[in-house]
Design a protein around this ligand. Structure first.
Ligand SMILES: [Zn+2]
Length: 140
């Protein structure tokens, strides 16, 4: 809903923070940059899509939300899996952004992909309908 406290919004509230993106350091942090104009976060989403066997060009934040919603509305197992992965991707990017920005954390694509994969497989253990879909998903 555009409510995340991205740097452009913090600056509007008068909160001074370094404006550049903590992932690529080559553009100012806005919602649209973070999700998914940024080369780093776009590469992460591309990798997860490839893991799901999907080849497509990633668009703006709104286009990606629309694309995921289209899948979610199909009420298929794959649609459910895509929705969960997308939600987790966004939550993870936001968490990593906060770690990098406020706690001097470090960022590793491999660690994040593994974390999302493990989450999906654990969730799938309790969901018989997902198991067929998850058989093909090994290492992202
Ligand atoms: Zn960036």
């Amino acid at each position: 809903m555009g409510r995340l406290a991205t740097v452009d919004r913090l600056l509007k509230f008068g909160i001074q923070v370094p404006p550049s993106c903590v992932f690529c350091d080559s553009a100012d942090e806005t919602l649209d940059h973070l999700l998914f104009n940024c080369t780093i976060t776009r590469a992460l989403w591309t990798r997860l899509l490839n893991w799901l066997g999907i080849q497509r060009t990633i668009g703006t934040w709104q286009e990606e939300v629309n694309w995921v919603c289209t899948w979610a509305k199909r009420r298929t197992e794959k649609g459910a899996i895509i929705s969960v992965i997308f939600a987790m991707l966004v939550a993870t990017i936001w968490r990593e952004r906060n770690l990098l920005r406020f706690h001097n954390g470090y960022f590793q694509v491999d660690r994040i992909c593994r974390e999302i994969a493990i989450h999906i497989h654990i969730k799938g253990q309790h969901n018989r309908k997902w198991q067929q879909e998850l058989l093909v998903l090994t290492n992202p």
